[in-house]
Design a protein around this ligand. Structure first.
Ligand SMILES: [Zn+2]
Ligand SMILES: [Zn+2]
Length: 307
């Protein structure tokens, strides 16, 4: 910006502070990216609940009558389907509802006389000084404590406070969908006879010539979708377990940062899953205590000096 002082012919060029420039740069980028990120968020959560409702419909109205046990009736299967459905829905909701924002009072208000504490940095978008392991999320439009990644199926960031519920959610998505795919393959054993019929194209050919029903073809297509998303859930679950045991986050592991990987395996497990980690697999209890505050992180002594 050019400014001419009154009564003078000198032209001064105002130099914007670097932080201000970065902020403008990010705001411009956000204007371009925001609509597509919001759309991806809506599609991701819509896909999750669409899959959930279709899986529930097939389990209750197609598989339940087929697998009805002669002696016990519907009860054992209703309990299995009900348990998996409730666990997936509850853990999705808790992962969505529990957020890990950087508390404003902890963010040093942007005024630090002796420089930022080790590991802290400034978020130019939020205009906050944020602690180690916190990162800004363009979709959530805020800084998130111990940010792991943004999950588009949940529509929220996975961070310090909800990572444990995300781990459990992945577990139940994997178990539920792979179990469903296995039950669907058993359901199709009768009309399909041979393994070649499990391939989609031969099955559609059979349907055209009246060999199998359209319903069986749809169950077959859903079996593939369930197996695929079940394996995606399993991959995410195993990845999160790897992060949990290695004491890192997705961001840190991909950027080769290992200085926060402190303590024993039990210490690392407790740091994410909390004091009653195993109980979280039965009932999601977000209010149960978790070690630390997500702001102060111990560093490995040898690596802390290199910072
Ligand atoms: Zn931020
Ligand atoms: Zn996010």
């Amino acid at each position: 910006m050019l400014r001419r002082e009154a009564g003078s012919s000198t032209v001064h060029r105002e130099v914007k502070p670097l932080r201000e420039k970065w902020r403008e740069h990010w705001e411009k980028r956000h204007e371009v990216l925001a609509p597509s990120l919001e759309r991806a968020n809506r599609w991701g959560t819509g896909l999750f609940w669409g899959m959930y409702l279709v899986a529930f419909y097939i389990a209750v109205f197609v598989l339940l009558p087929h697998y009805k046990h002669e002696d016990d009736g519907y009860v054992p299967l209703i309990m299995q389907i009900g348990f998996l459905a409730v666990e997936a829905a509850l853990n999705w909701w808790v992962t969505f509802a529990v957020r890990s924002p950087v508390p404003r009072e902890a963010a040093a208000g942007g005024e630090v006389e002796d420089g930022l504490p080790v590991g802290w940095k400034t978020c130019v978008i939020c205009q906050l000084n944020i602690p180690a392991r916190a990162h800004h999320c363009k979709v959530c439009q805020s800084c998130v404590l111990k940010r792991d990644h943004h999950c588009f199926f949940v529509g929220r960031c996975v961070g310090f406070r909800n990572q444990r519920h995300f781990v459990v959610l992945c577990f139940y998505v994997a178990v539920g969908l792979l179990y469903l795919a296995w039950m669907e393959s058993g359901y199709l054993a009768e009309p399909f006879h041979h393994w070649e019929n499990y391939l989609l194209l031969p099955a559609l050919w059979d349907w055209l010539w009246g060999g199998v029903s359209l319903e069986d073809c749809l169950v077959l297509a859903h079996m593939y979708a369930s197996a695929f998303f079940g394996l995606v859930g399993l991959a995410y679950f195993l990845w999160e377990i790897l992060l949990l045991l290695s004491g890192t986050t997705s961001h840190e592991i991909t950027h080769g940062i290992s200085r926060y990987a402190t303590g024993t395996l039990w210490h690392r497990f407790r740091s994410v899953m909390g004091d009653y980690g195993v109980v979280q697999f039965l009932v999601p209890l977000p209010f149960l205590s978790q070690p630390g505050n997500g702001i102060d992180w111990e560093q490995r002594a040898a690596l802390a000096k290199c910072h």
